[in-house]
Ligand binder design. Sequence first.
Ligand SMILES: Cc1ncc(C[n+]2csc(CCOP(=O)(O)OP(=O)(O)O)c2C)c(N)n1
Ligand SMILES: [Mg+2]
Length: 297
Amino acid sequence: MTLSSVEAATAAAPTPERIERIRAAAFRIRHHALTMGEVQGQGYVGQALGAADMFAAVYADQLNYRAGDPHWEGRDRFLLSTGHYAIGHYAALAEAGIVPVAELETYGSDDSRLPMSGMSTYTPGMEISGGSLGHGLTIAVGMALGLRAQNSSNRVINFLSDGELDEGSTWEAAMGAHHHQLGNLIAMVDINALQADGATNTVLRTEPVTEKWESFGWYTQRVDGNDVGALLAAFDNIAAVAAPVGRPSVILCDTKVGRGVPLLETREKAHFMRIEENEWQICRDQLTAGYEGAASA
Ligand SMILES: Cc1ncc(C[n+]2csc(CCOP(=O)(O)OP(=O)(O)O)c2C)c(N)n1
Ligand SMILES: [Mg+2]
């Protein structure tokens, strides 16, 4: 983990039991994402697999919510900026019990509550309609301010992508969050080094991204976003070090597109992935073999 913020990490390391519980959740989230991908035969499956560990850490470890009552006032807010990652978010909502697993089969179909881009009016647990990139963090700042005005102890977690850092509004929001000392706000950025038009460093270079967030005053950690232990430790550090002093926090997560399914990890990187009919079972088999192999290693 790179921790270049001035404060040292103080939290104790996450226990092996906790890490294993979240790894198991991430495996099921990946499985759900493949189920949905197969319904459409294509889509943002690579992103969902890459970000599954981030979703698992949020929903199975961090977020305060009631599965049967998505509008419960005491909930933490998870905002998906990147509407196209909805397939990953729906998988997490199913893992969390907010969306029935059986409903995943309707993904992207007419009248489904699970459209291909995330929309708050359709899906329980979807707080915003995030497809137009660059708005998530601005809304998150407003929500965090609102919660604080209500003396709420709830937190706001905003999921962004590396391509979304191209949006100027993201940086206005970052500046505002620091100004308003929003210790109840966490941003997670999926740095998969890819965006719609190609590799992020060729479209619009965002590096050095750690230094950028730090210069905006955020408590900044950069982790392997496919390392569940590192993700949990990052959240623990935030609770120990940044939240108590009113500092907004960002976890920069380096992830691998297609993570957990070698067939897709090694495929040419594509923002929108086409997977052939005969490949879905191979994907599932590879996912299971990798998960069980790591568990018995
Ligand atoms: C404001 C805005 N501009 C352009 C788009 C079109 N768009 C959809 S996804 C995407 C790529 C964004 O980068 P990233 O999320 O990192 O891509 P990925 O990692 O999923 O390939 C773009 C430009 C959009 N949704 N919103
Ligand atoms: Mg990307």
